[in-house]
Design a protein around this ligand. Structure first.
Ligand code: FE2
Length: 304
């Protein structure tokens, strides 16, 4: 077949077993090819511009100085793709999901109810508490809460040699009444790492690199859908223009306490803040339940 401008897209799509072995992959692939080819036609892409695109992807794939997990994850956040996926699959009921970001580290330190999440003498102390509930408002006991945040200077432990490993990261369990509580500092909003190709792209587009101040959470409980989300600090100047487009309704308002009686009651030497946030989890889908059962079955076999 003679390849032409008119048939090249279909020729690519038809090349192979047309999804016989992997139908979902083929569905995504064919739509991607269609959109990419349409995009190339629409902007009349030139060879030098295509090479710039290749170079950009190559550099983004290899730029890891500031983000140990790589820059591609951050790029999907900056282009609004991560948040678009969240919005597409939003729970409607229950606490809304929010993007994970590229700075999550598994196996955070296990901490006890009421513990301090990290060390930061310059920070404003924040007492954060709430409940993990089901859709009926009933408490979920022994839910696992994995939390991570930057310090009061907007830096995560893995970006800052001055912080001990695991600083402002921790895993907590809710008690029998579904309650959690821990002590932290008010996080500062920060500029996303911008020394790589993504930062250069934002600069060329006249986009700023600020994220509104936030705290990240992952919640897990048996028989409930896992939730990855963030809560945002009310009053932050970038709530309306966060560079990842991720701020929606999960905004907490901090209450300041500075009277002598309040300081004494909490054993604090300077003004501090409190706030509360309740998480609501959806019941697990049938597929999630099957997956959890299969994983525990494999684990049981491995343990023998
Ligand atoms: Fe973050």
């Amino acid at each position: 077949m003679q390849i032409t401008l008119d048939n090249i897209t279909q020729a690519v799509i038809n090349h192979g077993d047309r999804g016989t072995s992997h139908p979902r992959l083929y569905e995504i692939y064919t739509r991607l090819i269609q959109h990419l080819h349409d995009f190339v036609r629409e902007v009349n892409l030139t060879e030098p511009e295509l090479q710039q695109g290749r170079d950009f992807i190559h550099q983004a794939s290899h730029h890891t100085q500031e983000i140990p997990t790589g820059e591609i994850h951050m790029l999907t956040d900056l282009l609004g793709i991560s948040e678009l996926v969240e919005l597409l699959h939003d729970a409607q009921r229950g606490t809304e999901g929010n993007l994970e970001g590229p700075l999550y580290v598994p196996n955070a330190p296990d901490r006890q109810m009421g513990d301090r999440l990290g060390v930061d003498p310059a920070g404003d102390t924040l007492f954060l508490s709430g409940h993990v509930l089901d859709l009926n408002g009933e408490p979920i006991a022994h839910a696992l809460i994995d939390v991570w945040q930057p310090n009061s200077q907007g830096l995560y432990d893995i970006q800052d040699p001055a912080q001990p490993q695991g600083n402002f990261r921790g895993r907590f369990s809710t008690d029998r009444s579904g309650k959690y509580t821990f002590v932290t500092v008010v996080p500062m909003g920060y500029n996303v790492p911008a020394s790589g190709p993504s930062g250069e792209l934002l600069r060329r587009l006249g986009r700023h690199t600020w994220r509104a101040a936030h705290i990240h959470f992952k919640l897990n409980a048996p028989e409930f859908t896992p939730l990855t989300t963030q809560i945002y600090i009310g009053g932050d100047t970038h709530l309306d223009s966060d560079t990842t487009f991720a701020v929606r309704s999960a905004i907490v308002h901090l209450q300041k306490h500075e009277s002598p009686d309040e300081l004494k009651a909490r054993d604090q030497s300077k003004p501090f803040y409190t706030t509360e946030f309740d998480f609501v989890l959806k019941p697990a889908t049938l597929a999630e339940t099957h997956k959890a059962t299969a994983e525990s079955y494999v684990y049981a076999i491995d343990s023998k």
